[in-house]
Design a protein around this ligand. Structure first.
Ligand code: SF4
Length: 218
């Protein structure tokens, strides 16, 4: 089974609790205005890899010491079969090695749509952050880009780990971003506040670093 992946990283500490594997899937048909991840929108066959290879990378990179896996994008539910295979593989790894990591998934689809079309996939998750990003709604809650996006624990593990965060407001340290440098590419992980990316770009430019291409505008 092939899955289209934009990038993967460990440890991610800004998209869910603890030290997590982050997997960004490639391809999103939703197109929220103001999306900061527009590099994930296009389907790109060059980014296909086998689910088995991705799972093997997860095991090796984390050394099986992790608090969770965050799947985002892109739109994970635009690849439902690949997502199902990834979730099944993660569940198998967790149970075989008696690990206790949680699986959190983001989606830009409405919760009602996900419940109707992908109820089986939701059963494999510990927590879900659904609904599209709405630029006009403020960033108020931890791990969410706009205030219309709920955090829904979906399993007992999810309830134990996420219940206190469902209504938690994002404070200073919750708005941290991680920065990664990969050759001449710089990428950021986290939920930027409104205007953060433009401010970052201006600040870099003042120091003589110009971005030739950015993911937060087309
Ligand atoms: S915010 Fe998420 S769902 Fe919305 S366009 Fe961007 S990648 Fe797609």
């Amino acid at each position: 089974m092939k899955i289209s992946v934009n990038k993967a990283h460990f440890p991610v500490t800004v998209l869910g609790p603890g030290r997590r594997i982050g997997v960004w899937l490639q391809g999103c048909s939703i197109g929220c205005k103001g999306c900061v991840s527009q590099d994930t929108w296009n389907r790109d066959p060059g980014r296909d890899m086998s689910v088995a290879r991705l799972l093997s990378w997860c095991r090796q990179t984390s050394n099986s010491v992790l608090d969770g896996v965050t799947i985002t994008g892109g739109e994970p539910f635009d690849q439902p079969q690949a997502l199902a295979a990834l979730l099944a593989g993660l569940a198998q790894w967790r149970s075989q090695e008696k690990l206790d990591f949680d699986i959190l998934c983001y989606s830009g689809y409405a919760l009602t749509t996900l419940r109707k079309k992908h109820a089986g996939l939701l059963q494999q998750l510990d927590a879900l952050i659904p609904e599209p990003f709405v630029q006009a709604r403020p960033l108020t809650q931890v791990w969410r880009g706009s205030s219309n996006q709920p955090l829904l624990p979906l399993s007992e593990r999810g309830r134990q780990r996420y219940a206190t965060q469902v209504d938690a407001l994002a404070h200073g340290s919750d708005k941290r971003m991680q920065t990664m440098v990969d050759g001449d590419r710089v990428w950021y992980v986290g939920i930027p506040a409104r205007g953060d990316m433009a401010a970052l770009e201006a600040s870099c430019q003042e120091r003589g670093l110009a971005f030739s291409q950015v993911s937060w505008r087309s």
